[in-house]
Write a protein that binds this ligand. Sequence first.
Ligand code: DON
Length: 317
Amino acid sequence: AAARASSPAPSSGSHRFSSVIHRIAEEMNTLDDHGTPADYIPMLADADPRRFGMAVAEPDGTVYGVGDWRQPFSTQSISKVFALALALSLDGGQLWRGVGREPSGNPFNSLVQLEYENGIPRNPFINAGALVVTDRLQALTGDAAGQVRDLLRTESGNAAIDFVPQVAASEAAFGDRNAALAHFMASYGNITLPVPALLAAYFRQCSIEASCADLALAAGFLARGGVRADGSALLTRSQAKQVNAVMLTCGTYDAAGEFAYRVGLPGKSGVGGGIIAIVPGVCTLCVWSPGLDKRGNSVAGVSALDRFTTLTGLSVF
Ligand code: DON
């Protein structure tokens, strides 16, 4: 059952998982290797890999955390979860004609499956699939990135969440691979926008900065069966299950099997070093630490979530 707090949240202290996350933060300090920040987006390369934050949001909107849990960071691929939820809520599943729901077993930016699978990406979280989602969301709303930002603002209650144009520009300057993916899918008729417009929307969406506190709150609808912070439905219960299922199987790319094995929760990583994870009915988690492993997932982030489910006994299994 969900924990319900009867009074406004202080930043730490008496909450259900406070002592667990403080213990985890201490453990993360002693990791031998924190990994390396993403360097293909030069704006992200200088981050200190030892920084660490972790936030817990409960279904009633209580949020608390440890370390750098209020520090904004680049959401990058975490934004793909919110784009997917918006596209599903607006098109009711038409989206699945152009993108699959199978783990790819390949790196997030791989091109190799696209040709022999006729321009249909395996899932909405690898870059190719996320480009299809942003394309559809742009067609449905005229402003995919703005819709994602506004959803994050509304659900977190933080109106300061915004794009970082320098990060988007920094990624665009090294965007040949994403451009290749988009052009290739366009050749199969699986992209509707002109490729440059799609890339601009996708890089803007990825450049949104938010903190662990913001993202844990914003993902709350996935722990509440699709219900938004104001009590209205963003997704049906079944659609919320679908998004969580795709996060579990595809949210950490070619490490999704290992993530399910170690953590046992739906999760989505980004190369900014953040990871969100959902404990349906109980809470949402967000961890941030900018050092990444070879597959683009935060080293301390995965480790902290692994410790969280081990210490609490919570998981979807
Ligand atoms: O498309 C890219 O390369 C980035 N904007 C997002 C990639 C990302 O976050 C992959 N995640 N681990």
